[in-house]
Design a protein around this ligand. Sequence first.
Ligand code: ADP
Ligand code: ADP
Length: 229
Amino acid sequence: AGKIEFRDVHFSYDPNRKILKGVSFEVPAGKTVAIVGPSGAGKSTISRLLFRFYDVQDGQVLIDDQDVRDVTQESLRASIGMVPQDTVLFNDTIAYNIRYGRIDASEDDVRKAAELAQIGPFIDRLPDGYRSMVGERGLKLSGGEKQRVAIARTILKAPPILILDEATSALDSHTEQEIQAALDLVSKGRTTIVIAHRLSTVITADEIIVLKDGQIAERGTHADLLRKH
Ligand code: ADP
Ligand code: ADP
C-alpha cells in the first residue's frame, strides 16, 4: 500500500503566479522517486499537496487510487511520515520527541527506535542540553543528532509513505553520509519521495524527476540522466 499519483496537477498560491503547471508522476508502492531542481521550482509544494496543506486547482493527487480530498486529515497524517531539512524539537526529552504523536507507543518501542536511529544514549536528554543532578550541563544536539531524532520518530510511526525534504542538506558531508545511510534503511519498503537539489544525493532512487519552473524538465534513473549530460 502507499502508491502515490500526481495527475496533471496545477497549483498556485496566488492567482498571478503558477507554481505547478501540469505535473504528472507516479510512485509505485514501496518505490522511491526523487524530485530535484533549483530552489523555488515547486518541490516542497508537492509534499504540501500530498499532506493537503493546500488543494490543487486542477488535476488530482491520489494515494492508493483515492483522491486525497476524500481522505480524512487523520488518515493522511497517519500514513505519511516526514523528515524535514531542519527538525524542530520540543523542549522536552528526546524520548518525548520520538514518541510525539504516538502516545500509545511503549517505552520499549521508543527505546528500540532510538537505538536503530543511533540516538539511544540521548533518550533522557533535552535538545538544548540538560542539567543533571550534579549540575553538569549536557551538550546541545547537533544537526545530525536532531535528524536522528526525526528518523527515530519515523521508525516508531512506521508510515507507509515517507517524505524526505532536503533531510540531509543542512549537514556537513561526513554527517550527511551517516544520515543518508540511516534514511536508506528507513525508506526501505516504504513509498518514498525524496526532495533534493543535487543529483548526487539521490543515486539509488527508482526514478528521478527534474522539476524546473513548475514543470517536469527531465526524468529517468540516475544513469539515464547522467547519460544525457
Ligand atoms: P522548492 O521546494 O523547489 O524550493 P517551493 O515549492 O517551496 O520550492 O516553492 C515554490 C515557489 O512557491 C517559490 O517561489 C516560493 O517562493 C513560492 N511559495 C512557497 N510557499 C508559498 C506560500 N505559502 N505563498 C506564496 N508563495 C509561496
Ligand atoms: P504526527 O502524525 O506524527 O503526530 P503531525 O500531525 O504533527 O505528526 O504531522 C504529520 C506529519 O506532517 C508529520 O510527519 C510531520 O513531520 C509533517 N509536518 C508537520 N508540519 C509540517 C509542515 N509545515 N510541512 C511539512 N510537513 C509537516
